[in-house]
Design a protein around this ligand. Structure first.
Ligand code: NAI
Length: 331
């Protein structure tokens, strides 16, 4: 019998890649545009699996509902699992994820943000389209010889190290469980967080969001950073306390910020809201700042990553259906 999957927060590109990957296989995928929440959980009634993404809400209340509807597996089609209450799921519904669909996609995107911000490409494109060919205000700096500090040295950060070393940058990293052999092989100095704050010209966040590191970047940590440094976040929005970031940008302590994720992104990202007011003062202010780039959680969004997400998610579901070991289970 076909496995019934309730697929939440569906976009056309999700449907395309999952239809392609599931072609001819025993899956019955019900695509829903709604995000999973207490208000939409009933769509999962009678389904075996729910398939969710980064901004679906899978808290304790939702997990109670899913269990009562007979859902037997939560399949995340992403790496991060901060939106699932793992304590509430434990022992009731197993949770699987896609731990690495393309670390290259995210690492390359972090570099994209760095280069765009540094060389102000987004501003020059606007200018030349308006017929303004002046260079005033567009000066950047050589990446060569500068210091990049990576918080988290996992799969994505390791790819980033290789790219940044290629630029001739010094790379330092903080990770509570560092891969010392990798660090040594790639001339990456492991440092404490305080050392990283003090020495980095660019800081890039590559750790998961946990209860312990929520708002890791706050007024205190910002004060420890080099004046005028660049902050890049392709991790999770809640790693940064937005109001403290804004204060840091106002005082010049933070020179520029490239954000692919935002503390309250679930209210905006992945939707066309161009005909509405942005009713979030902090987001509106950041969007007005000439030294800030915000993108809509798109670092993962490459053809290769979408293909890997679909095939790994369906493999995870098949492993569960066939009673095999769940190699991508979140414990
Ligand atoms: P990973 O699991 O391979 O590496 C994470 C590393 O962070 C580990 O080495 C771990 O020891 C370290 N870590 C844990 N807590 C830490 C802390 N408090 N401070 C510093 N390091 C800490 O994960 P991967 O694949 O490198 O992804 C990292 C994060 O990037 C994901 O958790 C996810 O939130 C985010 N992500 C964002 C995407 C986007 O499209 N913007 C796409 C994919 C992932």
């Amino acid at each position: 019998m076909a496995i019934k999957i309730a697929f939440f927060d569906t976009k056309s590109y999700d449907r395309e890649s999952f239809d392609q990957a599931s072609n001819g296989l025993a899956y019955e995928i019900h695509y829903y545009k709604d995000r999973l929440s207490v208000h939409t959980a009933q769509l999962a009634m009678g389904k075996d699996v729910v398939c969710i993404f980064v901004n679906d809400e899978c808290d304790a209340q939702v997990i109670d509902l899913l269990a009562s509807y007979g859902v037997k597996l939560i399949a995340l089609r992403c790496a991060g699992f901060n939106n699932v209450d793992m304590k509430a799921a434990a022992g009731r519904i197993p949770v699987v994820r896609v731990p690495a669909y393309s670390p290259h996609a995210v690492a390359e995107y972090a570099v994209t943000l760095m280069l765009c911000l540094n060389r102000k490409v987004y501003r020059s494109v606007y200018r030349t389209r308006e017929g303004n060919f002046k260079l005033k205000g567009l000066m950047g700096f050589d990446m060569y010889g500068k210091t990049a500090g990576l918080i988290g040295l996992g799969r994505i950060a390791k790819e980033l190290v290789k790219i940044l070393r290629g630029f001739g940058m010094n790379v330092i990293a903080y990770d509570p469980y560092p891969d010392k052999a990798f660090a040594e092989a790639h001339q990456t100095r492991l440092v404490s967080l305080d050392e990283l704050y003090a020495e980095s010209d660019i800081i890039s966040l590559h750790c998961p969001l946990t209860d312990e590191n929520k708002f890791l970047i706050n007024r205190d940590s910002i004060q420890k950073m080099k004046p005028g440094m660049m902050l890049i976040n392709t991790g999770r929005g809640k790693l940064i306390r937005t109001e403290d970031l804004i204060e840091g940008l106002r005082t010049g302590q933070i020179g520029s910020a490239g954000l692919d994720v935002y503390e309250e992104e679930q209210n905006f990202f992945y939707e066309d809201r161009s005909d509405k007011m942005i009713d979030d003062d902090k987001l509106a202010l950041l969007l007005m700042m000439p030294n800030v780039i915000i993108t809509s959680h798109q670092a993962f969004f490459t053809r290769e990553a979408m293909h890997n997400i679909a095939t790994t998610t369906l493999e995870n579901i098949r492993d569960w259906a066939e009673g095999r070991e769940l190699k991508n289970e979140v414990k």
